[in-house]
Design a protein around this ligand. Sequence first.
Ligand SMILES: Nc1ncnc2c1ncn2[C@@H]1O[C@H](COP(=O)(O)OP(=O)(O)O)[C@@H](O)[C@H]1O
Ligand SMILES: Nc1ncnc2c1ncn2[C@H]1C[C@H](O)[C@@H](COP(=O)(O)O)O1
Length: 204
Amino acid sequence: MHIAVTGNIGAGKTTLTTMLAKHYGWDAQFEDVDHNPYLEDFYADMSKWSFALQIYFLGSRFRQVKEIRESGKNIIQDRTIYEDAHIFAENLNDMKLLSDRDFKNYISVFGLMKSFVSAPDLLIYLKSDVPNLVKKIYKRGREYEASISIEYLSKLNQKYEKWISEYTEGKLLVIEVDDLDFVEKPEDFGFILEKIEAELNGLF
Ligand SMILES: Nc1ncnc2c1ncn2[C@@H]1O[C@H](COP(=O)(O)OP(=O)(O)O)[C@@H](O)[C@H]1O
Ligand SMILES: Nc1ncnc2c1ncn2[C@H]1C[C@H](O)[C@@H](COP(=O)(O)O)O1
């Protein structure tokens, strides 16, 4: 079984993925952030590094897709390949930080890869508003993310809302996380587990 956690930067994906993997004994797949050779440069100069970063994330995410297909294990994944294309690359193109020529090139490679990608059995969307995302990004304290603007996060949130409203590839669970503290409050984590189990009924 393949479960994926989706949502904007700082929504709580990595935290929830870690907690669910521990709770259910699933294997977890995380984003390539700490050893990412482009991320810090990207935040310093988005226009210069956007194409290189998108190609890097696409390759790294496709490697995960391949592992999920081949492993036969229960896997929970922190962010999907769809988000790279439909949220981040598209938004960078809208913001003129990724040229039309590079975006077309990227989308043509993504299109080829897409035919090998199966949607997760369950997609869990962590919905959060921009002020809360800012607070959580600040709490996490990655220095290079200090330059992330409200405008950038708002545009990403709009893309997420549109993408989720049109998502039909598999089961979808939307969790509004702004009033939940699943890190500190066991009852909030319990609330999320109940929702997941209701969706998974029939998949196990
Ligand atoms: N629901 C929550 N309540 C309180 N703190 C949270 C919550 N979700 C995430 N956090 C905190 O916010 C920060 C960012 O969370 P993280 O899981 O890294 O987000 P993401 O992977 O979506 O970018 C972390 O410091 C985490 O502990
Ligand atoms: N495809 C991407 N393009 C630009 N930036 C991306 C992409 N995928 C992830 N990121 C960034 C956003 C954050 O700074 C880090 C980690 O993501 P997070 O949502 O905090 O788990 O990578």
